[in-house]
Design a protein around this ligand. Sequence first.
Ligand SMILES: [Zn+2]
Length: 204
Amino acid sequence: MTPAGVTACWSCRGPVTAGDLFCDTCEAIQPPRPVDPFTRLDLEPGFEVAPEHLDRCYFDLQRRLHPDRFATKTSRERAISVALTADINLAYETLQDPVKRAIALLEMQGVTIHAEGCNTMSDPVLLMEAMEQREALAEAETSDQVETIAAVATREKTDCLAELAEAFNTSDLSAADRLTTRLKYLMKFEDELRAARIRFSQTT
Ligand SMILES: [Zn+2]
């Protein structure tokens, strides 16, 4: 019996596992299979990912799949390398973004995030805070007032990221779920702050 996640190489029928790029037996490139972004990039799953480590894994894989390496291969192998590159780019994008990274981790543990935006935030305290913050920003009359709001939001985001890391480290999935929604809001609010800054820089 073959162990879970092991399939046969399309070329030599040797054993390959889901995240493998190449067959160990014949070295043929393997078509992408649905794997989580951590497996795709050959990283340990976790919320805390050092950007330089992520970059190193990503660029290493990009090098191994560089089109020049497939110039003399069959069209099938070239097509597979293109599909794999797209998958790797997507995994990289996912892991670079803390909200997408958190959602991926939750999904890997069977939790689906449904909340889109803040209108559907199920946490009433969070919803209230968000409304007040938005209201304050809408009423800001000077760029100093915007900067005061921005300073608070930046601190909240730093705290939220630390709490989220802690929630994943301790496998507290309900806290991770709630904090992911909060982080999503805080990052959206950052965009609104950016827009407000542009508005003030144009009028003053
Ligand atoms: Zn093979």
